[in-house]
Structure formats: C-alpha cells, structure tokens
Ligand binder design. Structure first.
Ligand code: CO
Ligand code: CO
Length: 305
C-alpha cells in the first residue's frame, strides 16, 4: 500500500501467490452492454499491471431498481461476463444493491508467480517509459455526456476502453520490464508520479511522443474537462516541471483521468525495441516510447515538447 501498487498480492507457498483487486465505476457511455465491457476491462487491468493472470471474478452492482428496466442491468452484466470470458476467467458470484446511480465493477482474483511480480515502484534510472493506449479518454467521455462527440469517436473510445491489457502484460513479462502500472484515474502523469516517487527516480516525458486521441484537443480547448483531471493537474503542481512551450490544454490532457487506460511500463533501454515489437505483434492500441527514467531522488517529472 505504501507505494499505491495496483493490486494486493498474498503468497500461498514458495511458487504461488494470489493477486487480488477490486474496482467499480459509474457509466462512462450510454450503451449498457458497452458499459459492462468497459467496467470489466477496467477491473481486470490491475491484475495485468502486476503481471498476473485472472482466475475468477465477482460482480459488484449498484442499480436503481424500479426506475430503470431490469433489461438494462442484464445488458451490463452480459458485457461484463463476455469480457471476463475473453480474459480466460469466469464470474462466479456477486452482489447487487438498490442505488439511485448505477455502478458496476468486479472483484478479481488471479494467480501470480511471486518471482515475477511487476510493481509500480521498481523503475531504474535509464529505463525507457512505454505507453500501450492513447490518452484523452476522460475528456472524451465528458464530451460524450455533454453530447459534443461524434458517433465515430464514441465507438473508438468504447473500443479502446474495452480492450484488455492482457497482450501488453504478456509482452512486458516476456521482455522483463522493471516496473509497471496502469493509467487510470490519476492520469498519465499522476500514475507516472507514483512510479517515480516509489522508486525515488525522476522522469522526462516528451509531449510529441505521447499518443493522444486527436478529438481530445478540440474538446479541452472548448473547456470540456472532467473535474478529476483538473484535480490531478492541481495536485501534481509541485511534482512536474513544465517546459514553457507546453500549453495549459496539453497539461490537462497529460493529467487526464482515464477509465481503462493502457499500461505504463518502465523497461531497460536494451529491451525497448523487443518490447515495442511484441506490443505491435499483439496489436495493442499504442506502443509508444514517451520518455525515460532519470536520476532524481525527489521523483520530479520534466515535461518537454
Ligand atoms: Co491500477
Ligand atoms: Co484500480
């Protein structure tokens, strides 16, 4: 807990440990089936960030019984079950409460080799930083709620958020990354800050190398930005050194709170090319070297153009 790692690990015996996580969210898109897919991929992500393999899951559901038809709940659960099946696991129980605001997520239990745990706090100076999904999803889902986003962009966002981080996790395990976390509510730089603070290293990030959903720019320029993204930006003020060429809009995008974002991987430089190739082989949504780990005991992040 002291380095805010993605999931809990409980060792059973020398060669076997349980990896356990829980996550649930409010709907980010209108379609209930897609909400189920996204919430499940989001919940499974912390298992993959640790290098684990999901075994089974339990549903956690809040649902306004009486004000929404039960068919909506069935669609959410159908999406969740399908995504868990795709992950090679199964849903074997759960709990539902009556709740004015719908919520859905999973408790996920997985297995992990205690010798191959990918923590978020073990990056080393000289590592490259690799990101496996583009960012801007928080701004885009806020735009969807305000009906400012095209159908094409909505579909692209749903597809990205429901993509499992399994391929990315397998790729990083094969090449032997030093550290990993998934990019979710604290945004790219918030989760990178957890990595740098945990390892007492710094980081350099180049804006032009970060994969960003193009539609996010127009939305953020017109003032659409989730409250969580704004709070991330505020709370990172002391930790980030912004080059003066980095606009306020770009700063917000780099701090944008994601749902079911990609993995952020610290990989030794001599393995970077192998990691990128393996990510491409698995068709991860992105496979981008966005910066590097540098020496800095204060864990600061320098962001340049
Ligand atoms: Co996480
Ligand atoms: Co989480």
């Amino acid at each position: 807990m002291e380095t805010s790692d993605d999931a809990a690990v409980y060792q059973l015996d020398g060669g076997l440990a349980i990896v356990q996580t829980v996550d649930y969210i409010t709907p980010v898109v209108d379609d209930p089936y897609s909400c189920g897919l996204i919430a499940a991929a989001n919940s499974l992500s912390d298992i993959y960030a640790m290098g684990g393999r999901p075994l089974f899951a339990l549903n956690i559901v809040g649902f306004p019984v009486g004000s929404l038809p039960l068919s909506v709940l069935e669609e959410i659960l159908r999406g969740g079950a399908e995504k868990v099946r795709e992950a090679g696991a199964s849903i074997i129980g759960g709990h539902t409460i009556d709740d004015p605001e719908p919520k859905y997520g999973l408790v996920v239990t997985g297995l992990i080799d205690p010798a191959k745990i990918f923590r978020n706090s073990t990056a080393r100076t000289g590592d490259d930083l690799v990101l496996t999904k583009p960012i801007g999803l928080g701004i885009i889902t806020t735009g969807i709620k305000r009906e400012k986003v095209s159908k094409t962009t909505i579909d692209a966002a749903i597809s990205l958020m429901s993509t499992l981080n399994r391929g990315a996790s397998d790729a990083m395990a094969e090449v032997g990354a030093h550290a990993c976390t998934d990019v979710t509510g604290f945004g790219l730089l918030g989760h990178l800050r957890e990595m740098t603070a945990g390892a007492k290293v710094g980081a350099r990030v180049s804006l032009s190398k970060v994969p960003i959903l193009p539609e996010a720019w127009g939305l953020v320029q017109s003032g659409i930005c989730p409250g969580g993204t704004q709070r991330n930006h505020d709370s990172l003020r002391e930790a980030i050194v912004w080059d003066r060429r980095i606009s306020k809009e770009a700063q917000l995008i780099l701090c944008d709170a994601q749902t079911s974002g990609g993995l952020l991987i610290a990989v030794p430089k001599d393995m970077t090319a192998a990691l990128i190739q393996r990510l491409k082989d698995r068709q991860t949504p992105a496979a981008a070297v966005i910066g590097e780990v540098i020496e800095d005991p204060d864990g600061r992040i320098w962001v340049g153009p």
